[in-house]
Structures are given as structure tokens and as C-alpha cells.
Design a protein around this ligand. Structure first.
Ligand code: GAR
Length: 220
């Protein structure tokens, strides 16, 4: 079983979809072991507790800088033997030490089609505000591995969503969540846990279920 640690900062609807997938048996070979929030009192922690999952807050404001904060996160995750870290609406910047501690083992959900509308400052509602300000007609969500470049890691899954006339950032956010994020995040986590993802030169390859692991560049 792959032990999953989910990091959150807010309402936790993406976390809920992971919990639901686990209950439905569609999070194959994965188990959510802990949920950690960067803020106190967020609803995501209640969702975890209700599902019988260990829930704790490591508040960013209690640490002097990003590296010390990241070290505390690494410590909490390693202590629990976490294999995969999922950033499910985790809106706090982490240090390079965090990425180095879990190479290609941190998965993020981003509410746009990367590489558009990603990077510093593009989080939560701001992403949808920028999408509407630019007037693009298609947006969506991206599940990707996290590397040292903000929102620049290898892409695992993407799903497009239509932008409609009269959309507000809130309306668009809801549509992107319902039609894209809540679907591709549990799928990407399951693919990882099933051992079906490989990363070569920053590109993610997805094996068919049952296909034997790649060796020496060939699929066997
Ligand atoms: C989600 O839309 C997620 O994609 C976004 O924050 C929201 C959290 O909602 N994450 C980012 O913007 C990361 N850059 P949730 O707490 O209900 O899952």
C-alpha cells in the first residue's frame, strides 16, 4: 500500500474527493494516512477527522522562514512513512528542501491548463480572475508532479473546461472543480499508487493497467 499524506489550506473539496475515492475502492493501492493543514481551523481538517484520518495543523505563521517550515513538514511526513505527498489546495510556498525530500513523489492539483496561468501569484480564485481577464475560451485543471519550478513540474493529467459568457471567478472556479479537478486528482493519485507513472526527461508516461514496468527504455 502506498501511504499518502495530503496537504491542505482551506475547504478541502479536493481532499473530500480523495476520501470518497478511497471509500469507493477507486484509489487503488493507496491509503490516506495523514492530512496536514498550513492553517488552523480549516474545514479540510474536519473532513479528515470525520473519515477517521489523522489530521493536524502545522501553521506557516509559527515558523520564521519557508525552509524551517518545510523541514517541519518533511519531519511530520517522514515520521509517518509517507510515500506520496498530495497538495490538495495547499496554498503555502515550500522550500527546495521539500522537493528534494520527495523527488517525483509530490503531486499537485492546479486550477488551469498549465503552462498557462501558473507560477507565483496564480493560486485559488486569482487563477480564474486572470483567465477571465485574458478572455481565453478554454481553461481547466492540471495534475502534475512538483519540482523546483513553481507549477513547472511534469504534467500527469489535464482536463479542459469551457469558459462561458457572464462567468464570474467564483462560477468558473466551481465549474473547473466539478468538471476537472475532482476527476483528475483522484485519477492521478490512483495511477501513482498503482505504479503506472514514470518520468523521463520531465515527461510523464502512463502505462496501461497490467502493462509491465518499463526497463531500459522499452516497455516489456
Ligand atoms: C482548488 O481549486 C485548487 O486547485 C487550488 O485551490 C483550490 C482549493 O480548494 N489550488 C491552487 O490554486 C494551487 N496553486 P479545496 O480546498 O476545496 O480543494
Amino acid at each position: 500500500m502506498v501511504k499518502i499524506g495530503v496537504l491542505v489550506s482551506g475547504g478541502g473539496t479536493n481532499l473530500q474527493k480523495l476520501i470518497d475515492a478511497q471509500a469507493a475502492g477507486t484509489l487503488k493501492n493507496g491509503e490516506i494516512s495523514v492530512v496536514i493543514s498550513s492553517k488552523d481551523g480549516v474545514f479540510a481538517l474536519e473532513r479528515a477527522k470525520k473519515a477517521g484520518i489523522e489530521a493536524l495543523a502545522l501553521c506557516r505563521k509559527d515558523y520564521p522562514d519557508v525552509d524551517i517550515y518545510s523541514a517541519a513538514l518533511i519531519d511530520a511526513l517522514k515520521k509517518r512513512g509517507i510515500d506520496l505527498v498530495v497538495l490538495a489546495g495547499f496554498l503555502t510556498i515550500t522550500g527546495e528542501n521539500f522537493v528534494r525530500a520527495f523527488p517525483n513523489r509530490i503531486l499537485n492539483i492546479h486550477p488551469a491548463l498549465l503552462p498557462s496561468f501558473g507560477g507565483k501569484g496564480y493560486y485559488g480564485l486569482h487563477v480564474h480572475e486572470a483567465v477571465l481577464a485574458r478572455g481565453v475560451k478554454l481553461t481547466g485543471a492540471t495534475a502534475h508532479f512538483v519540482n523546483e519550478i513553481c507549477d513547472g513540474g511534469p504534467i500527469i493529467l489535464q482536463k479542459a473546461v469551457e469558459v462561458k459568457e457572464g462567468d464570474t471567478p467564483e462560477v468558473l472556479q466551481k465549474r473547473v472543480m466539478e468538471e476537472a479537478e475532482w476527476q483528475i486528482l483522484p485519477q492521478a493519485v490512483s495511477l501513482f499508487c498503482e505504479g503506472r507513472l514514470t518520468v523521463e526527461n520531465n515527461i510523464v508516461h502512463i502505462r496501461e493497467a497490467g502493462e509491465v514496468k518499463k526497463r531500459g527504455g522499452k516497455i516489456e
